[in-house]
Design a protein around this ligand. Structure first.
Ligand code: SF4
Length: 317
């Protein structure tokens, strides 16, 4: 496995920054109540102003990243809602706005497995000649009983068929999964990893189950009906999950949390860097946590490094 940032850096010779967008598309599943972990923002990043055009959103964020991080190259990430849920002409207009912008190295398109067809995939594959292109499918779990419980509105077979169709067009696929979903055991989560490995997808984003304001889960959580993972449990699960994936997979995300305004629980999830450091320590690719997270102050404080080595390591493709 390889981390996405390393993969992009090797390919483009510098750090490539992702710029999350809300292109104004909606989501077919929201018409049926939506996934229980999602709110009306449809996974939109907190810095995005949805009333702005794609060009304005890119301009604002790229200007910020150039100034604050000396950023040189960018991936336009169509993140919010379902970014293939429109006509081919509307999709082309949106993707063209993003690719027409200076220093865009590629586009990443987040969508649902039941919202693609040959015509849309043909359009998306047409950008491959000049850009890095990824199609990101929400899956979350390979178990149909869980998909039903979380109201995904599709089955694992729907996902599997979408992946096969996408592969016909040579478009790399990144699957999103959530660890800690209600009713899932460790064995269930590992079975999801093994099923993904069989599909030969190119990338994965691993999320932690967390509670967002305005989501279906919020009420269940407040009624005490939803249990959440502790940080150490999550770290172990991620490491074991990774060990079950295909050896050449590109890992695009290791945890997940909501924006400060929307995130309800668990609070430790807000310490994203600390969680990633712990994961890297266990898999042997990092220096170990150097800071601890204080939930009450929201600050991270120095602590000694953990040099524990792992059973497997990050390695180049
Ligand atoms: S498919 Fe995505 S945007 Fe739609 S309800 Fe589910 S998580 Fe939200």
């Amino acid at each position: 496995m390889r981390l996405y940032n390393d993969y992009l850096k090797d390919k483009y010779g510098c750090k490539v920054h992702r710029v999350a967008l809300d292109a104004g598309f909606s989501c077919p599943n929201m018409e049926s109540g939506g996934c229980i972990y999602c709110n009306s923002k449809g996974s939109r990043a907190s810095y995005v102003v949805p009333s702005e055009t794609i060009r304005q959103q890119l301009e604002t964020r790229i200007q910020y990243l150039r100034k604050a991080k000396n950023a040189k190259k960018f991936i336009a990430y169509f993140q919010a809602h379902t970014n293939t849920y429109a006509s081919v002409d509307e999709l082309k207009a949106a993707y063209d706005q993003a690719t027409g912008f200076d220093d865009i190295a590629g586009i990443s398109i987040g969508t649902r497995p039941d919202a693609v067809d040959r015509e849309k995939l043909k359009l998306i594959s047409s950008y491959k000649e000049n850009y890095e292109v990824w199609l990101e499918y929400g899956l979350q779990s390979a178990h149909d009983r869980t998909l039903k419980l979380i109201n995904r509105g599709h089955t694992f077979d729907d996902f599997s068929n979408a992946v096969k169709l996408t592969k016909e067009f040579g478009i790399p696929v990144c699957a999103h999964v959530i660890l800690g979903l209600p009713g899932e055991t460790k064995l269930d989560m590992m079975a999801t990893a093994k099923k993904l490995a069989k599909l030969n997808i190119e990338g994965v984003k691993i999320h932690l189950l967390h509670i967002l304001k305005g989501s279906g889960l919020e009420k269940l959580y407040k009624e005490g009906k939803i249990g959440l993972l502790e940080q150490d449990e999550y770290v172990k699960l991620v490491c074991e999950f990774l060990s079950n994936l295909a050896p050449d997979i590109i890992v695009q995300r290791l945890t997940g949390q909501g924006s400060k305004d929307d995130h309800i629980a668990p609070l430790w999830a807000l310490d994203k860097i600390g969680t990633i450091e712990k994961i890297k320590t266990v898999i042997g690719g990092g220096q170990g946590p150097t800071k601890s997270f204080d939930k009450s102050s929201g600050l991270r404080t120095e602590q000694s490094r953990n040099t524990k080595q792992s059973k497997f390591s990050l390695r180049p493709l």
